[in-house]
Write a new protein. Structure first.
Length: 204
C-alpha cells in the first residue's frame, strides 16, 4: 500500500523517499525538556536527521500496521521525541495522510493516531487508507488502489495549496490556547518562546 501511494505520487510528478524507522537508531525520550530550551534534542542518534528529512519534504505519508490497537513501538518512539514538532509546528504548510493495515479491527483508531500527530504538528491531512484483511483479497486490491489515488491527490493538494477550513480553524484555536503556555514558560522554554515571537504568534 505504501509503495502504491509513492507510485501514485511519482506518477503526477513528485520525488519520493521511503524511510523505514525500524532501521534507524532512535532512543526513547527521557523528558529532559532540552528541546524546548535549545531547539535540539541532546540524545545523539538518528532522530534529528529523520526530522530534518521530514521538514525538507512538502508531503508526508505515515504508515503502520495495527499493533495492539495502536501503532508500532518504533513509530510511537518517534512521536514521543517530537514535542518540538508540536510546539513549533514543524510541518506547518505541509500536506499528509496515513496508511494502516490490520487483521480485522481498529482501522479508524490507528489512522487517527497518525493523522492526529500530523495535525498537531501543523500539517493539513487529506485523509487515510486502511486495510482490514478480513475483507479478503478484493479488500487488498481496493486498498492498494485507494492508496495510489491518495498518493496522487497528495501531490495535487500540495500544488493547489489546498485549504481545509476545519483544520485551519483548529490550528488557529490551538495557537491561541497554547500561546498562554508558551508565555508561562518563557524562561524554561527559551527556544519555543523565541520561535513564537519570531513567527508573530505572541508578542514579547
Amino acid at each position: 500500500m505504501l509503495d502504491a501511494a509513492l507510485d501514485g505520487a511519482r506518477e503526477v510528478g513528485a520525488e519520493t523517499e521511503l524511510v523505514d524507522v525500524t532501521k534507524l537508531r532512535i532512543e526513547y525520550c527521557n523528558g529532559c525538556l532540552c528541546c524546548r530550551q535549545t531547539g535540539k534534542c541532546r540524545i545523539e542518534d538518528d532522530y534529528q536527521e529523520l526530522i530534518e528529512r521530514l521538514r525538507a519534504a512538502n508531503g508526508i505519508v505515515l504508515s503502520s500496521p495495527n499493533y495492539m490497537s495502536g501503532i508500532t513501538a518504533q513509530l510511537k518512539t518517534v512521536f514521543d521525541r517530537s514535542a518540538n514538532c508540536n510546539h513549533e509546528q514543524y510541518f506547518d504548510g505541509k500536506y499528509a495522510f496515513s496508511i494502516m493495515t490490520a487483521g480485522g479491527s481498529d482501522e479508524e483508531l490507528v489512522l487517527g493516531i497518525m493523522n492526529d500527530f500530523l495535525k498537531e504538528t501543523g500539517a493539513s491531512v487529506i485523509g487515510g487508507v486502511g486495510l482490514m484483511r478480513v475483507r479478503g483479497p478484493s479488500g487488498l486490491e481496493d486498498a492498494i488502489w485507494r492508496a495510489r489515488v491518495m498518493g496522487m491527490d497528495l501531490v495535487k493538494a500540495i500544488k493547489e495549496k489546498r485549504i481545509y477550513p476545519e483544520q485551519a480553524a483548529e490550528r488557529t484555536a490551538w495557537r491561541e490556547r497554547f500561546a498562554r503556555t508558551i508565555k508561562a514558560n518563557e524562561k524554561n522554554w527559551k527556544h519555543n518562546y523565541e520561535f513564537w515571537v519570531e513567527k508573530g504568534w505572541i508578542k514579547p
